[in-house]
Design a protein around this ligand. Structure first.
Ligand code: BGC
Length: 760
């Protein structure tokens, strides 16, 4: 009886939710129909226009050029304005001085936090902690919406397998399964459970699609890949965001199958809307339409019509829609139905956000005063940073450090506020970030035991530094000669028990238009490391970076290495927490780190080839390998050390033959065998042994982050069904293929701990 009552309750709830959504939609449609009936063609095109903020940034809103356009109904939204007063003033022009009083939507690149900055996304992904990631997005949304912003150009979910590409920093690494989970968590975090709440913001998944596959890692470069690869490896995270209800999508700059994503109907309509059922709007990336002229597809009028017909709804910055679509309509190159559809989707987004009810709902000075950069938000930023640091090496357990030790902090990133937060931090105040030097001083009692020296410039090449530094962040350049700067560092190190070398990349060495062909640590810093090693003191390398680096020499020579990415506002405090053992490292890499540049692209889920090299070997003639480097990565995907150690025992499957529609339970016992309590990220990979197409040698299909006190053990169990083993076959059908599988469970993607089974 109870069972039936529950079933009936569930049916009624589904019916109610459906009916309510229907009613909401009916109301929304009626509202928008009514509004659109009053709109002129120019006003409709105005809604599709997302210009740069231009002179508003520096001047008064209402008498700016943009102010004039807004008054004329030629602007749908604006972005990257940080000023609640300005946003209010501009919104006032829109809703009081334009003919139809349609509110503007205000966007921003809120990529890894608003004012409280969390680690760069690549770093945060290494936490493998979905609840934490969702929480960071929630806080970012709370802060941004308290300051006038209701739309973020995030999450960036481009699969990144080429560390030369600077934007690998903005995504979640190389894996589609993990990337999809993170995409979902971030959309949920930003949008919350009700987009109309005043602390929820609309997310925009980007850059759709394949932007991370730019040839040679050069930003904006050509991409070209098979559809099988797209569907199986590159598209899943975008689809996951769509499935999670993301409100908008940003088209990428690159081409897909010879047609730039911005003009690609197959991508923007066939896949996104028809196959995946996306109902929101699509915005271009910055001047994405205009760039199709350079791509060689025609003049502005032509490429603008191409974009509209492909399914683009909003034109960022380039004003191709605003200036050419009326002519194209007149010449019958586009239809009014296409323009109406785009306009409707923009108005729907504004409606769903509740902007028509209250255009100032995100401009609440009280909230701005009390909800931004709060103590709680900083506490989470500190924890998130500590959870993102990957301990790569810890010879003889040199870490954690004693708080009584005397410490030399040396290196160009040891005391650099401007470079703690990393790429894309539009709204933050860099001066509020803690540096490593400050973090360590905050932690230990005897401040006289802490010494600091610059040690080296970022690079000896000041012209390279100028290229890096177009935004003018301080790089602390010291014009003394390099040997003198090193000598000063070596001298202060003599007073210390241990040296912490703070080296790597400054913030703008990764991110947009920051590709590098050489991803090693610049020579000036390597020279410093060498000199520090020669002191004979223990050296700990704290590596700041926005990408995997080629650090074979460092990995061979320096006893302890921890990569901290760009950790965010609480950088120094979080690093000190981990260095002194107040937090135990648990993060694991979400990208493979190569031994050298020639191995790129290198990723764990590669194919076997017809001539695989035997496990553990370096070279064999007529096998797939190199003469001068083994096939192994320097550090594999999923890798990361702890201060404690974990043993994996008793890996079992509850059955070895799995009947159709059944599932298998894989279990393993994990024991904390070391001296610290700690978290372990347990990973499950599968391999399909025989397929209708070639299949990767391993694919991540599950993971769990577990906490174990020292000496404690736990059984971890995963359930795998045929649904989890589906992939896109050669006809792009999403299929499961029965047959032999291996199930691996281990501490990283290198694990050989496997059990065999047959899925029928
Ligand atoms: C970037 C986007 C960003 C946009 C708006 C572009 O240059 O590619 O990721 O969202 O600018 O700032």
């Amino acid at each position: 009886m109870k069972f039936f009552r529950t079933i009936i309750a569930i049916i009624l709830t589904i019916f109610y939710v459906h009916a309510t959504a229907q009613k909401d939609n009916t109301k929304m449609n009626a509202f928008i129909n009514n509004l659109m009936n009053k709109m002129t063609l120019d006003e409709k095109l105005g809604q599709l226009n997302l210009p740069g903020a231009g002179d508003i940034i520096t001047g008064q809103a209402s008498n700016s050029d943009i102010g004039l356009k807004i008054r004329q109904g030629k602007v749908g939204g604006l972005f990257n304005i940080k000023s609640i007063e300005k946003i209010k003033a501009i919104q006032k022009v829109a809703v009081e001085e334009s003919r139809l009083k349609i509110p503007l939507i205000f966007g921003m690149d809120v990529i890894h936090g608003y004012q409280t900055e969390f680690p760069i996304p690549l770093g945060l992904s290494c936490s493998w902690d979905m609840a934490l990631i969702e929480r960071t997005a929630r806080i970012a949304a709370t802060e941004a919406t308290a300051d006038g912003i209701c739309w973020t150009f995030s999450p960036m979910v481009d699969i990144g397998r080429d560390p030369r590409w600077g934007r690998i920093a903005e995504g979640s690494g190389e894996d589609p399964f993990l990337g999809s989970q993170i995409a979902r968590a971030m959309v949920k975090g930003y949008q919350g459970d009700d987009l109309s709440k005043n602390n929820a913001m609309m997310a925009c998944v980007k850059h759709y699609a394949l932007y991370g596959a730019a040839e040679a890692g050069r930003d904006y470069n050509t991409t070209d890949m098979s559809k099988v690869r797209m569907y199986n490896e590159y598209l899943p995270p975008y689809k996951a965001a769509v499935d999670a209800g993301v409100g908008s999508v940003m088209a990428s700059f690159n081409e897909v199958d010879g047609i730039p994503a911005t003009g690609n109907k197959w991508l923007q309509t066939d896949v996104l809307r028809n196959q995946w059922g996306f109902k929101g709007f699509v915005v271009t990336d910055y001047t994405g339409i205009n760039e199709m002229i350079e791509h060689g597809l025609g003049d502005l009028q032509h490429v603008s019509s191409l974009a509209l017909k492909a399914g683009i709804d909003m034109d960022m910055v380039g004003e191709g829609f605003l200036t050419t679509l009326a002519k194209s309509l007149h010449q019958k190159k586009v239809t009014i139905t296409e323009i109406n559809q785009a306009c409707r989707l923009i108005l729907e987004a504004k409606y769903k956000l509740g902007l028509f009810d209250d255009p100032y709902k995100y401009c609440n000075e009280e909230r701005a005063k009390t909800e931004i950069f709060t103590k709680d938000n900083l506490t989470l930023a500190r924890r998130a940073a500590a959870e993102s640091f990957v301990l790569l090496k810890n010879k003889n357990n040199i870490l954690p450090l004693q708080k009584s030790a005397s410490i030399a902090i040396v290196g160009p990133l040891g005391d650099s506020k401007a470079n703690m937060v990393g790429t894309w931090a539009v709204a933050t105040d860099f001066s509020k970030a803690t540096t490593l030097l400050e973090g360590i001083k905050n932690k230990i009692e005897n401040k006289d035991h802490v010494f600091y020296a610059l040690g080296s410039n970022i690079s000896d090449d000041s012209i390279f530094e100028n290229r890096v530094n177009v935004f003018g962040k301080s790089l602390n350049r010291d014009n003394r000669n390099a040997a003198d700067i090193i000598k000063e560092a070596v001298d202060i190190s003599a007073k210390a028990d241990v040296i912490i070398a703070a080296v790597g990349e400054v913030a703008e060495m990764s991110g947009e238009s920051s590709s590098r062909s050489d991803i090693s640590i610049p020579k000036a810093q390597r020279d410093l490391l060498n000199a520090l090693m020669n002191t004979g003191k223990p050296v700990i390398m704290v590596l700041f970076t926005g990408r995997p680096l080629a650090i074979k020499w460092e990995a061979e020579n320096i006893p302890a290495i921890m990569t901290v990415w760009h950790p965010g506002t609480e950088a120094g405090n979080a690093i000190a927490d981990v260095l002194f053992g107040d937090a135990v490292p648990s993060a694991k890499l979400t990208t493979t780190w190569p031994q050298n540049m020639g191995q790129i692209p290198i990723y764990y889920a590669h194919k076997n080839t017809g001539r695989p090299l035997e496990e553990g070997k370096w070279f064999e003639k007529f096998r797939s390998n190199y003469l001068d480097v083994s096939n192994d990565p320097l550090f594999p995907f999923g890798y990361g050390l702890s201060y404690t150690s974990f043993a994996y025992t008793n890996t079992t499957l509850n059955k070895s033959v799995i009947q159709p529609n059944d599932s298998v339970e894989a279990k393993v016992t994990i024991t904390n065998t070391g001296e610290f309590d700690g978290d372990e990220i347990v990973q499950l990979y599968t391999r399909q042994m025989v397929g209708s197409i070639t299949r990767p040698v391993k694919e991540l299909k599950g993971f769990q982050k577990i906490f174990l006190k020292k000496g404690e053990h736990k059984q971890v169990s995963f359930t795998i069904s045929s649904k989890d083993l589906k992939f896109y076959n050669n006809s792009l059908k999403y299929v499961f293929e029965p047959g032999n599988y291996k199930i691996f469970i281990g501490t990283d993607s290198n694990t050989a701990n496997a059990a065999d089974c047959v899925f029928q």
